[in-house]
Design a protein around this ligand. Sequence first.
Ligand SMILES: [Zn+2]
Ligand SMILES: [Zn+2]
Length: 254
Amino acid sequence: MLIFGDYHTHTIYSRNHHGKSTIEQNVQIAVQKGLKDIGITEHGFNHVFFGVRRKNIKKMRAEIERLQNIYPIKIYLGIEANLISSDGDIDLTPEEQTWFDYVIMGYHTFGKPKNLKEYFNFFKKNSRAYKHNKYTQDIIDANTNAYIKALQKNRINIISHLGSKMKVDVLKVAKECKKHGTFIELNARRLCFTQQEAKQMIEIETQFILDSDAHICTNVGECNKGINFVVKNEIPQKLVANLNKLPKFVYKQN
Ligand SMILES: [Zn+2]
Ligand SMILES: [Zn+2]
């Protein structure tokens, strides 16, 4: 089984040395590993420690255009936006969304919440529930609703590491993803689905995508954890967008 593209990689543009390699190093490794596509996707602007700076997006785009003329691979500029409210807000305005070729969205503990109310009622509650592994049905419902609203309000192409640090009703989120042509990621660092959830997602023909979430160039294209999950749960190859083929992103008009 071969992956044709890796759509979730970080570089030095994620602040505070979070990503270790340059865009060019990620691209070089991707070419060496025979990938046809690579996506550069830094942490969204509201990530307190690692968020990419707005002023660097133009610079990144120019760098990608330069590299596109040198290397035999398609290079995309995406972003890993943060879920910042229980009402489905993310840290990208509609205008900012147009700066990118596609948008990944995920929940990160240190994504700065939309306001203080969200900090206490959404982020804090989830941190506590995660820490003590005590999720009430109310919290799970609120989390699920946040993802569903985010999918309805924004152009989201990929949901990263669903279920990590924020428990949701995976089947309900997967059903909403289907409506929007959004891929559910099988992330090589954080893969949190149970066998039961995998089975339910297969039944509704969820579209998955394998990603490395590499923070150093040598990890680009390394998706073994996801591939093992595909094999173990007998996920049909046609449901994995970048396995032996290239994905088609659906671009929603805002
Ligand atoms: Zn992430
Ligand atoms: Zn990431």
